[in-house]
Design a protein around this ligand. Structure first.
Ligand SMILES: *Cc1c(COP(=O)(O)O)cnc(C)c1O
Length: 380
C-alpha cells in the first residue's frame, strides 16, 4: 500500500510515457486531458460566462480569499509583469526579497518598468531572514511595493510569507503593497490570502494546478486596488481594471486560452472534491517521503527541512558526478525527466518536482533510478 486513504482515484490514472518531474509543465491526469480536448465555444456566449464565473469562484476558494481573482492569458511571468505594470509608477521605491532565480526575475521586471529596486538577497538554499526584512522595511520609509517569492522553484525553499506579511502590516496605514509569487506553491501548499493579508498573489496553470501552461491567476486585495488606481505605468493587455470590468460580465478583455480553462475547470473540480486540506497534506507527505528516501541514498539536499518546499526538492549532485550526464541518463534509461540547476546552481543540483498530479509510485521509480545511476553511496 503506497498511498493513503484520502488519495483520490484520478491520481492512479496511468497514461504517461514519461515520468515528467520538472517544475512545470507538469503531467495532466486523465480527466484533465479529456477536458482540454473539448470543442471551442463562443467566448462571448452564455456557456463561457458560466465557465468563467465557476473558475473565478473556485480559484477564490483555493486562494482562500473573498477578494478579486483575475484569470489572465499568459504564463506565470505574465502574471508577475502584470503585477508590476499595475502597481508601479516609474521611480517608485520597491523592496525585492530575493532568495533565488525567480526572485531576481521579478526584481528585473520592476526595474524594466523604471522602479528603484532594492534587492534584499539571501544565500541560495536559504529562506529570507525575516528580521533582515523588517530592518530593511523600517530603515527606509516610502517603499510602495514589496515583492516576495513564496516558493523559490530554483532552490526548493519556502519563505515564511506569514511573518513577512506581519512585518509589512506592522508599518501601518501607509504600508507598502505586498505582492507574492506563489506560482509554484498555490494549490499545493496552504497560503490563506485573506488571513495573511496578502495584496497580490500570482500563480500559473502549469504548476500545482494539473493543467496546461498558458494561464496566470492573480488575486488582488482592496488595498492593492487603491494602489492600482494611482500607479502610472503603461498597460493595456495586462490592465487589471480592464480584466475586472470584463470579469464582471463573465468575460475576458481578449480571447482567452479556452482549452487551458477547460482543463483548469476540471482540475479545480478534482482538487476541491479531494479537499484543500487533503491536497496540502498529500504534498507534505510526499515531500517528507522523497526527502527521507533521497537521504537514505546518501544524497544531500539543498534546503533544510524547516523551509523545504512541498512541491520541489533540490538534490546536491555528489562529487564526481556530472549533473548533465545524470539528467540525460535518467531520461535515456528510465524516461524520467528532472530539471537541472538555474544560474549559479547549474551543474550543482538536480531539481525534482512533486506538485499536482504525482504519486509515491512515480517518486519510487525516480528513487530507484537514482540508486542505480549513482555510485554506490547507500548508508548502512
Ligand atoms: C515557474 C515559475 C515562474 C515563471 O512562470 P512561467 O509560467 O514559466 O512564466 C515564476 N516564479 C516561480 C516561483 C515559478 O516557479
Amino acid at each position: 500500500m503506497n498511498h493513503s486513504d484520502t488519495d483520490p482515484a484520478y491520481l492512479f490514472f496511468n497514461g504517461n510515457k514519461e515520468n515528467l518531474r520538472i517544475p512545470g509543465p507538469t503531467p495532466l491526469p486523465g480527466p484533465v486531458l479529456e477536458a482540454i480536448g473539448q470543442q471551442m465555444i463562443n467566448h462571448r456566449g452564455e456557456e463561457f460566462c458560466q465557465l468563467f464565473r465557476r473558475l473565478t469562484a473556485n480559484f477564490q476558494t483555493c486562494f482562500q480569499t473573498k477578494g478579486d481573482v483575475l484569470i489572465l492569458t499568459g504564463s506565470g511571468t505574465g502574471g508577475l509583469e502584470a503585477t508590476i505594470a499595475n502597481l508601479v509608477s516609474p521611480g517608485d521605491p520597491v523592496l525585492s526579497v530575493v532568495i533565488g532565480y525567480f526572485g531576481d526575475r521579478w526584481a528585473d521586471i520592476a526595474e524594466a518598468f523604471g522602479a528603484r529596486v532594492t534587492k534584499l538577497k539571501f544565500p541560495q538554499g536559504r529562506p529570507a531572514d525575516v528580521e533582515a526584512v523588517e530592518e530593511a522595511l523600517r530603515g527606509k520609509t516610502g517603499y510602495k511595493l514589496v515583492l516576495v517569492t513564496h516558493n523559490e522553484t530554483s532552490t526548493g525553499v519556502t519563505n515564511d510569507v506569514a511573518a513577512i506579511a506581519q512585518a509589512v502590516h506592522s508599518l501601518g496605514r501607509e504600508r507598502p503593497v505586498l505582492a507574492v509569487d506563489a506560482v509554484s506553491s498555490m494549490g499545493a501548499m496552504n497560503l490563506p490570502v485573506d488571513d495573511l493579508g496578502l495584496d497580490v498573489v500570482v500563480t500559473a496553470s502549469q504548476k500545482a494546478w494539473m493543467s496546461p501552461p498558458g494561464v496566470a491567476i492573480v488575486s488582488v486585495s482592496p488595498y492593492a486596488w487603491a494602489a492600482v488606481e494611482k500607479a502610472r505605468s503603461p498597460r493595456f493587455y495586462w490592465d487589471f481594471q480592464s480584466a475586472k470590468r470584463y470579469a464582471e460580465k463573465g468575460q475576458t478583455p481578449a480571447t482567452p486560452a479556452l482549452s487551458v480553462l477547460y482543463g483548469l475547470d476540471r482540475a479545480l473540480e478534482l482538487i476541491l472534491s479531494e479537499g484543500l486540506p487533503n491536497v496540502f497534506a498529500r504534498h507534505e507527505r510526499l515531500t517528507r517521503y522523497v526527502r527521507r528516501e533521497l537521504r537514505s541514498l546518501g544524497l544531500s539536499l539543498l534546503a533544510p527541512d524547516e523551509c523545504a518546499s512541498h512541491t520541489l526538492t533540490s538534490v546536491e549532485v555528489p562529487e564526481g558526478v556530472e549533473a548533465k550526464g545524470l539528467i540525460s541518463d535518467l531520461y535515456a534509461r528510465h524516461k524520467i525527466v528532472v530539471a537541472g540547476g538555474q544560474g549559479s546552481l547549474a551543474g550543482k543540483i538536480i531539481r525534482i518536482a512533486h506538485m499536482g498530479y504525482v504519486t509515491q509510485r512515480q517518486l519510487d521509480k525516480l528513487l530507484a533510478a537514482l540508486g542505480e545511476l549513482l555510485p554506490c553511496r547507500s548508508q548502512p
